[in-house]
Write a new protein. Structure first.
Length: 94
C-alpha cells in the first residue's frame, strides 16, 4: 500500500478529509473497553467515544481518577457505564 502525503492530494480530497465529522450515533449499542482511561490518550479516547454514543468500560489503576472520570462521563451522557480499578502491569495469572 502506498501512503500519500496530505499536500499531494487534490483540494477536493483535502476538503473532504478535513470536513469529515462522524455521526454522533456512530457507536450506539457498542460497548468499548478503554484501558488506561484516566489519563493521556486513553482519557482523550473516552471523551471522543462517548461523544459518538459508545457505552464504556473504563479501566485504570488510580481509583480516585477513575471515579472522577466515571462521574464526569455519566453526567455528560446520562447513561450507565462501568469502571474497573486494575493495574494491568501488576496483574498476575492464576
Amino acid at each position: 500500500m502506498e501512503l500519500i502525503a496530505l499536500d499531494k492530494l487534490s483540494m477536493k480530497t483535502k476538503d473532504i478529509i478535513e470536513s469529515y465529522r462522524p455521526a454522533t450515533n456512530l457507536l450506539n449499542e457498542k460497548v468499548i473497553l478503554v484501558t488506561g482511561s484516566t489519563g493521556g490518550i486513553g482519557k482523550a479516547c473516552v471523551h471522543k467515544l462517548v461523544d459518538h454514543g459508545a457505552t464504556l468500560i473504563l479501566q485504570g489503576k488510580n481509583i480516585s481518577k477513575l471515579e472522577h472520570l466515571y462521574d464526569e462521563i455519566v453526567a455528560k451522557t446520562n447513561e450507565s457505564h462501568a469502571a474497573i480499578p486494575l493495574d494491568l502491569l501488576s496483574a498476575q495469572k492464576d
